[in-house]
Design a binder for this molecule. Sequence first.
Ligand code: C5P
Length: 378
Amino acid sequence: MRAGHTVRVVMTPEATRLIAPATFEALTGNPVTVDVFDEPVRGQIAHIRLAQESDLVLIAPATAHTLARLALGLADDMLTTLALATRAPILIAPAMNPAMWTHPATQAHVQTLQARGVEFIDPTYGIMACGDEGWGKIADTPVIVQAVQNRLNRSETLNGVRILITAGPTYEPIDPVRFVGNRSSGKMGYAVAHAARERGAQVVLVSGPSALHPPAGVQVIKVQTAQQMYEAVSEQFDACDVFIATAAVADYRPECMLPYKRKRRASKWTLKLVPNPDILGTMAQRRTHQLLVGFAAETDKVLENAQYKLRTKDLDLLALNDVLEPGSGFEVDTNRLTLLYADGRVQPLPQMSKLECARHLMDAIESLLQRSEGSSES
Ligand code: C5P
């Protein structure tokens, strides 16, 4: 409220056993809603009105039970009904016993919600009401307020910016049933598409084979091979402002695809591979005004190799991850990125969810776009 926001409080029936709604009514100057059938303004359905009028929904503190209900999409009280009906961003500050917070069920619900774009203000380490010590204490109030401010300020900052993204692996056919591929799941690229879209960018996602659902509002072009990915990117490139190559493109493909499934024989078999086009490298040569962002999945001499890639491919930004590090790289939901800029800056980020990594990447892209705008104006 001190930052100038209008605050409306919704309480679960359980919360009213700890604090009386009248307290929040006095503090906010607005009625508190607890029951779905409460209608503070006659003739207006309260949960729909609140859902549509809110710029942001903050759930603080959120219990393990509420996280589970939100993940399942239940609408059994005013809070969960509002969360389902709103299209505003949702921020959650969990607070619970450490054993409950780290329980696989709770963590699975957190991941489900994150995948839908819900953001978490993680609990901190401390002593709980029950006397246990660990991770589960609600984040400090200034941290929560700052997260709300950041989220409100972030929206639509990439409005009108056209972002082309590649994601996932490519499959290079050997015969009609076999292929040469890699372990990329597409999670990082889809998270990048999500993070770009939530800031209002127009996103085209060229995706290799992936089981993931693309984020809402993103144009998706599905491909199988590196050659198809190259052609799709080539067609879209001139119309984009930023190209982010997240895909793990197969560097080689079998020279020719056998028309029939190859039969097993006792003798050795040598597969002849030919190089695939370097999509990012080729686009770098074709760029007019585009900002180019690459990814480097490395296993050895990680920084050295990444710096070499940044220079030789003439990129503005490169996100490096060591795929041999636990919790980083292929298939997992987390990553630890180091951002390398063309001007030599190196920005190591801590391990976090792929969506959070993608949001940091967007911050970096935004700052580079602002710089290039500034330099073209001066
Ligand atoms: O595979 P590598 O680590 O060299 O990939 C570096 C960057 O180049 C990544 O952003 C990847 O998407 C891109 N790339 C590409 N076409 C290729 C190989 C890699 O666009 N054939």
